[in-house]
Write a protein of this length. Structure first.
Length: 100
């Protein structure tokens, strides 16, 4: 069986922290994503509003650091615990596209 951990989400960037670098010099950017949508569930329309902690590394982090808060993006990445043993999940971005 092949395991899959892939999340694709349209959201707005919010509460971006300052760009930092790892000890190895890799750029890291932490921020929140705000998502709002309507989805079909069990034959009924459901409104979904959520905030999700996200992180980007490398060139993607540098690119997002120049993006204004409130900018809508199409984000693709994977979920991982905030730290080992944590129940809190963080979306690790691998790819983004700005939405016009």
């Amino acid at each position: 069986m092949q395991s899959v951990n892939r999340v694709e989400l349209t959201a707005r960037m919010n509460r971006t922290e300052p760009l930092r670098h790892t000890p190895a010099g890799i750029p890291v950017l932490h921020f929140m994503l705000e998502h709002e949508s309507q989805v079909q569930e069990a034959g009924a329309l459901r409104r979904v509003t959520l905030e999700l902690q996200a992180v980007a590394l490398g060139d993607l982090a540098q690119s997002l650091a120049e993006t204004d808060n409130g900018t809508p993006i199409q984000a693709t990445g994977f979920l991982a615990p905030q730290r080992q043993g944590s129940d809190r999940l963080v979306l690790h971005l691998q790819q983004i596209a700005q939405i016009q």
